[in-house]
Design a protein around this ligand. Sequence first.
Ligand code: URA
Length: 210
Amino acid sequence: MKKNCLEIVRQKCESCNGCALAKSRNNVVFSDGNPSTAKIVLIGEAPGEMEDECGRPFVGRAGQLLNEFLADAGISRDEDLYIINTVKCRPPENRVPTDEEKSACHKFLVAQIDIIKPQAIILCGATALKSFVELDKKQTISKVRGKWMNIMVDGVEYKAMTIFHPSYLLRNHSMEEGSPRRLMQQDLSEIKNTIFPDKIIDENRELVML
Ligand code: URA
């Protein structure tokens, strides 16, 4: 059922010319993950070069790093997540999508969330956060990340947490206490413990109990 509804949205998205990004795209990057089992929607910023080439979100270096952090936390990318971006087409030179581009694409994002009805939404970085929440100047990602909040999507309230974008972590290698990578581990672990309290993972990342 969810798959059928998403297929209709995908078809509309694939023929969309709602903003200038449509002209330069090779592929619409619609989603990844299993809509039937996903309890969490993870929202990134925008497709990069590799995503545009293969039509799947988070497959480049940032995506590989994200996969590592997810696996460490015991969150399955393929089963637990439905992964999307604020825009479905690659912005040239990987620039941040403009407000117009995000607005043109927002209906697809909302439709995907409406269909999945996740237990939680992970907002990956500032662009995803700002698609749902107006930030005042004092609210930086460092202050907002790691805290559960409620966001409204099409009149429905969802539990959401902002985490660092993995591209930021590619530039920050430290694993010291309080470093961005350590905070990312903490945030994903909090998400896993809240949404999958019965899932126990051993040190080899194997699922030992559900
Ligand atoms: N790849 C994506 O699909 N989204 C991002 O935000 C970054 C890389």
